[in-house]
Ligand binder design. Structure first.
Ligand SMILES: [Zn+2]
Ligand SMILES: [Zn+2]
Ligand SMILES: [Zn+2]
Length: 181
């Protein structure tokens, strides 16, 4: 939910400003309102996940490391929760850029993973197509071989019949000749 849509629990005014990871100050009555999530100091989206590393709406980092003691702070904090050091605008900007690029890197990695999965799927499909084509080709070859066999058997049979007929005719002629003598 957006912080600007929330009303102050005390005066019902719509003018809450982020003051802490999960608290917003009413600019009308000064009441510190507890929030049901981690507010993004940039776009003022209230992230339901208190452990979120980045804002679900604008993707900016919600965590900032203290340059002095390395403690993890909310990215909107003015001072480190551990050592009290001022987290100035320059450090804030640097951390935000780091959060940004980390998020971008994560997005790129996710994208690359998705592309790889897509490519693997496509090549699997291509392989299946090639296998189907090969199977069809093999079936056609087997068919051709079978019909060639049939043709050869038919030819042999015809040759055998012709030979028998010729032999019969020769025998008949020979018999007739012998009988006529
Ligand atoms: Zn108020
Ligand atoms: Zn945000
Ligand atoms: Zn610190």
């Amino acid at each position: 939910m957006q912080l600007s849509e929330l009303l102050c629990e005390h005066c019902q005014g719509a003018g809450l400003e982020p003051r802490a990871p999960s608290a917003a100050l009413c600019r009308f009555c000064g009441t510190l309102n507890e929030l049901a999530g981690l507010v993004c100091p940039d776009c003022e989206w209230v992230n339901a996940d208190f452990e979120a590393e980045a804002c679900a709406r604008c993707c900016r980092g919600l965590r900032r490391q203290c340059p002095g003691c390395s403690a993890a702070n909310w990215s909107g904090a003015d001072h480190c929760v551990a050592c009290g050091r001022s987290l100035d605008a320059v450090a804030m900007l640097g951390a935000r850029l780091a959060g940004d690029s980390a998020e971008r890197l994560n997005a790129l990695a996710r994208e690359a993973g998705a592309i790889k999965a897509h490519e693997a799927e496509a090549s699997q499909r291509r392989l299946a197509q090639l296998e189907a084509i090969e199977a069809r080709r093999q079936a056609l070859l087997a068919d051709a071989a079978r019909s060639r066999d049939r043709q050869q058997r038919g030819l042999l049979l015809a040759v055998a019949i012709v030979a028998l007929l010729v032999m019969g005719a020769v025998a008949a002629v020979w018999l007739v000749a012998a009988w006529a003598k």
